[in-house]
Design a protein around this ligand. Structure first.
Ligand SMILES: [Zn+2]
Length: 230
């Protein structure tokens, strides 16, 4: 894993779906869990950093897609950490519902050809349900950013001006919208991007793509203006 800023890290070689680690005085929180193959890699990178698996106390889920909850079952079993998610995505995290997807017939070419799994990818009970405005241990604040999933949340650290976006925004070749065939309500997702303009953000950590370490809020506002939601 590599440091983004002091006490905030991201993991290497997870293929898809970025996972973050926050070290709050030795109490560790994970943001998302990556694909199923990521579990062993995450655990090894934590121990390789000189930390103990038992130090992981919280697993914060942005949304219940397979590249974000794919190794949740394994990481919950290994750590016993408290699992945190929104009420709307909790039944999907728990494997009781499959993730809602847009009607494939409504998608224009080539979006209609991109394969997206419509099956729940974890079955771990959620220990704590969070909603917009809630504050979590370590000072993270929940921002509801629905659209890519109906219960999608971002996590914001006001003191660090740091935002974990989840998939409300991608940062692959510049800033972009999430994958359309995996986003049941793109207009709602755009409004969620507009909502982020109100926050003082310097650093953005994305579910896909490289973090932005400086001036992230300005870039988000510029993108929101382009979308007409700023
Ligand atoms: Zn997603």
């Amino acid at each position: 894993m590599r440091q983004i800023i002091p006490n905030v890290y991201t993991f290497d070689n997870l293929i898809m779906g970025r996972v973050y680690l926050i070290d709050d005085g030795g109490e560790l929180s994970l943001i998302d869990t990556g694909l199923a193959l990521a579990g062993d890699r995450i655990l090894k990178q934590i121990t390789d950093s000189g930390r103990q698996i038992a130090q992981v106390k919280h697993i914060l889920i942005t949304h219940a897609h397979l590249d974000h909850v794919g190794s949740l079952d394994k990481l919950k079993a290994a750590t016993g950490a408290q699992v945190i998610a929104s009420a709307e995505d909790a039944p999907i995290v728990e494997g009781k519902q499959d993730p809602p997807l847009p009607d494939r017939k409504t998608l224009p070419f080539p979006h209609n050809l991109i394969p997206v799994s419509a099956k729940a990818a974890s079955k771990t009970p959620v220990d704590r349900i969070v909603a917009d405005g809630d504050t979590l241990p370590g000072g993270l604040q929940v921002i509801a950013t629905p659209g890519h999933s109906y219960g999608h949340v971002s996590y914001y650290h006001p003191a660090l001006k740091l935002l974990f976006t989840g998939d409300v925004l991608f940062h692959m070749t510049g800033m972009g919208l999430p994958l359309r065939p995996a986003t049941p309500d793109m207009e709602m997702n755009k409004r969620s991007i507009g909502k982020l303009c109100a926050f003082d953000i310097e650093i953005a950590c994305f579910g896909h793509g490289q973090p932005i370490l400086r001036g992230a809020g300005d870039q988000i506002r510029a993108f929101a203006r382009k979308l007409g939601v700023a």
